[in-house]
Design a protein around this ligand. Structure first.
Ligand code: SAJ
Length: 434
């Protein structure tokens, strides 16, 4: 991002979302001429005014500077470029009970790029994709529509993004990058581009390997969370504290058990395993089972709470947290929303208290309104704020002093001191001296 890196060439980025826009602004600040392409009119207009539609620390400043310098322009259609980078969403498709991957956005992006493709250009796919997408879908489509040959006339590579939302701008630069080339020359060509802004290591490999690396990382998380959740159920039966047990097991130098909880959310860990399962259903036995175990968690939590409230007429539950994990405002695939749906479906009145999430149709940041007259406080997200709540004040608002902690987030003794019936998920909802 210094003056000596100016005028590096033209990059066309397809998709200006969570990854496309940050990447576009970083490349523009590094001296590339960036054309950002998106199908949404309001989004293109917003960016061309130097504004952003995504809440990500540091992004607005960079986009503003890039647009004002003239290095970043947003448009609906791609134009000629040296590099085409695809960062469009690859959502799941559900056809009855059948889960698949919808690659429609990737196909549309490739079809839009093809007429612009010239000899010597580089095409990079960053969207999370099933293994084989670059070689079996992207390259053949480009070849068919452009008349050029991959690996001969143009370069092609797969380079997964692995940034953590909330730290995107930093991680885009600091993280290691895996680049999977259609061939070795393509991988090297892509490496040249990323070298302009990546400070982490850049490792070159084949396209299928790079596609699988991204998926394997998130499958590893999902399977390990499922294991933690299964251990929790077993600890529940034993009447022991799963979090204490896991903490002790993790003292072993080669053991790193994950944390149990109400389920797995977010747009990656709960989604990416399907990219492999849908392609290899017979081989993905453990991966499928892990997905099912984690998916069943919200219903199990709702059932436990309903069991505690049995016999109480018109029960009211206060959900503490609907974000998919602590200290973020993202509710995508959040297990808390599934708990909410289940509780409401079974007739419990629910209110939400989440100081981070302000995008739901209902009010979520009014503490008094959320707790007044409630029969049960149900902690689903480990936001830091929840550790500093005053049980005494909440107790005065609630109809019953019952709190269920699904994340081992609260100080049990403090809540008990103020007359709360404190239930830790792992203790089978039974009181325990432990
Ligand atoms: N969770 C548990 N127990 C755990 C860990 C997580 O129940 O021990 C739950 C969380 O509460 C949450 C979900 O799993 O609901 C996912 O959280 P996460 O922190 O594991 O993952 P994400 O989706 O926020 O971010 C991940 C990151 N990937 C890895 O850690 C391997 C990030 O680096 C990736 O860039 C991102 O997915 C992605 O784009 O794939």
């Amino acid at each position: 991002m210094t003056a000596k890196k100016m005028s590096k060439g033209k990059v066309c980025i397809m998709g200006l979302g969570y990854i496309g826009l940050p990447t576009a602004s970083v490349l523009a600040s590094s001296g590339f001429q960036v054309l950002g392409v998106d199908c949404k009119q309001t989004l293109v207009d917003t960016i061309n005014r130097g504004l952003v539609h995504i809440h990500e620390p540091g992004l607005h400043t960079l986009v503003q500077a890039a647009v004002h310098s003239g290095n970043l322009v947003a448009a609906f259609e791609p134009g000629p470029a040296d590099v085409f980078l695809i960062a469009v969403p690859t959502p799941l498709s559900r056809d009855g009970g059948q889960v698949g991957v919808d690659l429609g956005n990737v196909e549309s992006a490739v079809q839009a790029i093809a007429p612009q493709l010239r000899k010597g250009n580089l095409v990079i796919l960053e969207s999370t994709s099933p293994p084989g997408t670059l070689e079996d879908l992207v390259a053949p489509l480009l070849e068919k529509d452009s008349g050029l040959k991959a690996g001969q006339d143009f370069y092609a590579a797969y380079c997964p993004e692995r940034v953590l939302p909330g730290r995107t701008m930093r991680e885009l630069i600091e993280n290691n990058r895996i680049i999977g080339g259609y061939d070795r020359a393509s991988a090297r060509k892509a490496e040249e581009l990323y070298r302009h802004f990546v400070e982490g290591e850049i490792i070159l490999t084949g396209a299928r390997t790079a596609e699988m690396v991204k998926l394997a990382e998130n499958i590893y998380r999902d399977v390990n969370v499922a294991l933690a959740n299964e251990l929790l159920t077993i600890c529940e039966r034993l009447g022991i504290n799963a979090w204490e047990m896991i903490g002790l097991a993790n003292l072993h130098p080669r053991v790193q058990l994950h944390q149990p909880g109400p389920g797995v959310g977010g747009h990656c860990i709960s989604v990416d395993p399907w990219f492999v399962i849908s392609r290899f259903p017979d081989e993905s036995r453990l991966i499928s089972l892990a997905r099912r175990i984690n998916d069943e968690r919200p219903v199990a939590v709702a059932e436990l709470v309903l069991g505690l409230l049995a016999g109480i007429p018109d029960p009211v539950v206060t959900l503490m947290g609907v974000a998919y994990k602590g200290n973020i405002d993202d509710t995508r695939e959040s297990p808390a929303l599934r708990v909410l749906e289940e509780l409401r479906g079974k007739g419990a009145a629910c209110r939400i208290y989440d100081p981070h999430v302000l995008t739901l149709p209902e009010e979520t940041n009014n503490l008094a309104a959320a707790f007044r007259g409630s029969d049960c406080a149900l902690l689903l997200t480990d936001h830091d704020e929840f550790r500093f709540l005053y049980p005494k004040e909440l107790g005065k608002l609630m109809r019953r002093r019952l709190i269920v902690d699904t994340r081992n987030c609260l100080e049990r003794d403090l809540w008990k001191e103020h007359g709360f019936d404190y239930r830790l998920l792992a203790l089978g909802m039974e009181e325990s001296g432990n």
